[in-house]
Each structure stands twice: as C-alpha cells, then as structure tokens.
Design a protein around this ligand. Structure first.
Ligand code: TGC
Ligand code: FAD
Length: 390
C-alpha cells in the first residue's frame, strides 16, 4: 500500500509547492523502487546496485549543489529527499548522504576545476560512486588523532594508513581519504584516491546486524602513490572533514524522521488490525499511549528539521544547531522503532515487517556522523563555554 505521510500539525502548509513535489516524487520512488526489494537486500546483506543511476536520474545525488548537472535544490527539499529515502531504509539514505554531502560537497567546495569536471557530473548521474574516509580503527569520535599520513615524495603524495567503517567503500570509484601531512605543517588534508591505484585496497566488513543493505568497508593504504594534484586544494585542517559532516548531519536529521514515519505507520496499522483479548490492540490505553508518544515526537522532530532547513537556506545555521537536530531526531527515531517493534509482538522480529530492520539500522545512525554523546558534548560546550571531550 502506498505511504500517505504523517502530518498531524498541517506542516505541509509550511512547505513550498516545489518542496511538496520533490517529496511526493521520492515518496513514489521509494514505494515503487525500494520497498519491493529492500527486505531481501537486508536479509542477503546486499546493496541494491540498480539504485545509484535511478537516484541520479531523479536529481537526488548532490541535490543541493549548483552546476555540474546537480539539481540546486533548497535545504528543505534536500532534507525531504533524505526523509523519503530513509523511510525505505537507512542504508539507501546513507548511500545518498555519502555521495552528495561527503564526497560531492567537498569536491564542489574545495576541489580544483579539474577535480570538479572529472567527478561531479558523473557522480550526479550515479555513474561514478565515492566514499569518505575519516574514521580509523583507533580514531572514531576523535579524528584529530588520525594516523593516516601523506608524505610528498618527488611528484607524488604517498599515503599510508587504514580507514575503517567506510560507507560505500567497496562500491567506490574514488575515495576521499583524510590524512595528516608528514611535513612541518602536519595538517589534515583531503586526497582523492582512485579505485585500482597500486597500494590501495578495500575490504568489505561482514557480519553486520545493522545497515545490511549498505556496503561498509575498510580502506588500506600501503605506500599508495598519487599525483600531487590529487589533494583538495581549497582546505586544510580538521575543519575540512568537519564542514562536510555538517552537511551530512543535516540530511540525517531529516532522514531519521523517515525511518520513524515508517515504524509509526506500521505500528498504527498493525495494532488497529490485530485483536487480542476482546478488541484490536489499538483500543487499549497502554498501546494508545505508545502511539500518541510516537506521533508527538515525530511532530516535534518535523518542526525542528523544517526550521533547521530554513536557517540553512538563510545562511544562519550554526553547526551546534545541526548537532541538536541530529541528536534529537535520531534518538526519537530509535525509540519509536523499538516501541513499534514491541507493538508488533513476535512478528516484529521478522523481516516480513519493517520496524525491526529500521531499529537495527538506527543503531548505526545513532553512532555514525558523531555519536549521541559527541553531539551532547558539542551542545554542552556551546552553552557552557567549557569543552568536556577530554
Ligand atoms: P576542534 O578543535 O573543535 O576543531 C578543529 C577545527 O575544526 C573546526 N570545526 C568545524 N568546522 C566546521 N564544522 C564543524 N562542525 C566544526 N567543528 C569544529 C574548528 O573551528 C577548528 O578550526 P580551526 O580553523 O580553528 O582549526 O576539533 P576537535 O578535535 O576538538 O574535535 C571536536 C569534535 C569531537 C566535535 C569532532 O572531532 C567530531 O565531530 N567528532 C565526531 C567524529 C565524526 O562525526 N565522525 C564521522 C565520520 S563520517 C561518518 O560517520 C559517515 S556515516 C555515513 C552516512 O552518513 O551515512
Ligand atoms: P568510539 O569513538 O570508540 O566511541 C565508543 C563509545 O564511546 C560511544 O558511545 C561514544 O559516544 C563514547 N565516547 C567516545 N568519546 C567520548 C567522550 N569524549 N565522552 C563521552 N563518551 C565518549 N566513518 C567515516 O569516516 N566514513 C563513513 O562513511 C562511515 N560510515 C559508517 C557506517 C557505519 C554503518 C558505521 C557504524 C560507522 C561509520 N563510520 C564512518 C564511522 C563512524 O563515524 C564512527 O563509528 C563514529 O564516529 C564513532 O566512532 P567509534 O565507532 O570509533 O566509537
């Protein structure tokens, strides 16, 4: 059955006609192209490889960037795309987030003309795929400790180190690898490493409970020599990768709502239908309490995300506000997914229903792009002026 949305506070009235059109296009896309196969992909641990080009054709990749075949959409239109994709599966939204916010965005913002011309048009069409390598086995929340190094040797940069937990690694034509230069500056720089470069290998991570319809990989760099012009010239320092995270965290704030909508919708339908004792489950007070809590939290999250987008569009958005939206909306979605799974009883643990899949996925979303703790500390520092990271 097509998904018809959840809008208790008539928030559609806050959207422009274009935003509603974009949302409805991706709502149909997810119903027709994602829902029929996503359960099987999750079960098999495979990424739906037909999707990148279809997403590209609809303008979902790098949707908020200008030029190079990108759609140039406003922030909330972009957010609505992320919402609809994550209503399908967090892994599909992850793919689009990484491609657009973590790979195309830094190339667009910090790349040379040659780098932009080479990668952006094909990435916008989904013909080339990228990944973003910041996290290392020993440096997740604290990327400033990274060991991955880049040394200038003659007319080459030589990269050494390891990146772990990299979304789309095994699918990628190019990886943006963040590494510290081995010179007096010891600055963090972004390097474009092509698939197949000698000394660069990729291993997919197996055995995941979560994001099973997404590829998550290790990147290994062993004396990997790349041209001097493979560095992103426009940025140096940790603010380079962290500025990309602002874009991706914005998308997650919207995306998590999508997962919550899917779970709430499923729990509502199921409890209205399933009779225990004398009436449908939805007729019991304890069940109604859970359903009402879900709807209320979704409504608050929708308002937060909408406002976040308007702040972004008017260039007033601060990274700490993105942290609050990511933290709140992912917490909200995870709680709703757990409660929906509960209301489905034993059926909730099978992949015949969606809530269990969303629940498992959201455990990753809670952790990546800054854990819940890290966003708490970012906001804590903002309001107290005191850093509590160390
Ligand atoms: P700190 O000393 O605070 O800052 C270093 C430099 O960066 C600047 N900066 C930012 N710039 C832009 N946006 C932000 N959000 C920024 N935050 C900080 C800062 O002004 C400074 O610039 P400058 O010019 O003075 O040098 O950095 P720190 O080392 O103390 O770290 C702060 C902390 C802990 C908040 C940061 O490291 C952090 O956010 N850690 C979390 C790591 C993380 O989120 N990793 C995500 C990896 S990618 C991923 O998970 C993809 S998931 C796939 C998917 O999306 O689907
Ligand atoms: P840790 O940093 O070791 O944290 C473990 C626990 O300790 C968490 O609860 C954390 O909140 C807590 N903690 C850490 N420091 C503090 C502190 N100072 N105070 C209080 N608590 C603290 N990374 C990329 O670069 N690119 C990707 O594409 C990418 N994709 C991912 C896809 C998936 C499916 C997953 C699961 C992760 C992905 N990541 C990616 C990595 C992700 O960003 C990291 O997992 C995340 O930043 C946390 O790092 P960690 O796993 O090393 O946990």
């Amino acid at each position: 059955m097509p998904f018809s949305g959840v809008d208790y506070f008539a928030l559609d009235e806050l959207l422009t006609d274009d935003e509603r059109m974009v949302r409805d296009t991706f709502r149909r896309f997810v119903d027709e192209q994602v829902m029929p196969t996503i359960g099987r992909h999750f079960r098999d641990g495979t990424f739906p490889k037909d999707l990148p080009k279809k997403l590209g054709a609809l303008g979902a990749l790098g949707a908020s960037l200008e030029g190079y075949g990108c759609a140039g959409l406003g922030a909330n239109a972009y957010g609505l795309i992320m919402q609809e994709l994550e209503r399908g599966d967090s892994g599909i939204r992850s793919f689009a987030s990484v491609q657009g916010s973590l790979v195309m965005y830094p190339i667009h913002a910090y790349g040379s003309d040659a780098q932009k011309d080479r990668w952006l048009p094909r990435m916008a069409k989904g013909e080339a795929i990228g990944c973003f390598g910041l996290t290392e086995p020993d440096f997740g929340s604290n990327p400033s400790g990274m060991r991955c190094s880049a040394k200038k040797v003659g007319d080459r940069w030589v990269l050494n180190g390891e990146k772990r937990w990299i979304t789309s690694g095994g699918l990628s034509d190019v990886a943006i690898v963040w590494a510290r230069t081995d010179d007096a500056e010891r600055s963090v720089r972004g390097f474009l490493v092509d698939r197949g470069t000698p000394g660069f290998s990729v291993r997919d991570i197996e055995g995941k409970f979560s994001l099973r319809a997404s590829v998550t990989s290790e990147l290994i760099l062993e004396d990997c020599a790349i041209p001097l012009d493979a560095v992103l010239p426009g940025v140096s320092g940790l603010k380079g990768p962290l500025s990309c995270l602002n874009q991706a965290r914005f998308g997650i704030s919207w995306g998590a709502i999508g997962a919550a909508l899917a779970c709430y919708d499923e729990a509502l339908r199921y409890t209205k239908d399933r009779v225990q004792f004398s009436k449908p489950l939805a007729g019991y007070q304890l069940v109604q309490l859970k359903l009402v809590d879900m709807l209320e939290e979704i409504t608050k999250a929708q308002l937060l995300a909408w406002r976040l987008g308007r702040l972004k569009e008017t260039h007033k958005l601060r990274p700490q506000q993105v942290s609050m939206a990511k933290r709140n909306n992912v917490r909200m979605a995870l709680e709703i997914a757990r409660n929906a799974r509960d209301l489905l009883g034993a059926n909730g643990i099978t992949d015949e229903y969606q809530s269990g899949r969303h629940m498992c996925n959201l455990e990753s979303v809670f952790t990546y792009e800054g854990t819940d703790h890290i966003h708490t500390l970012i906001i804590g520092q903002d309001i107290t002026g005191l850093a509590a990271f160390e």
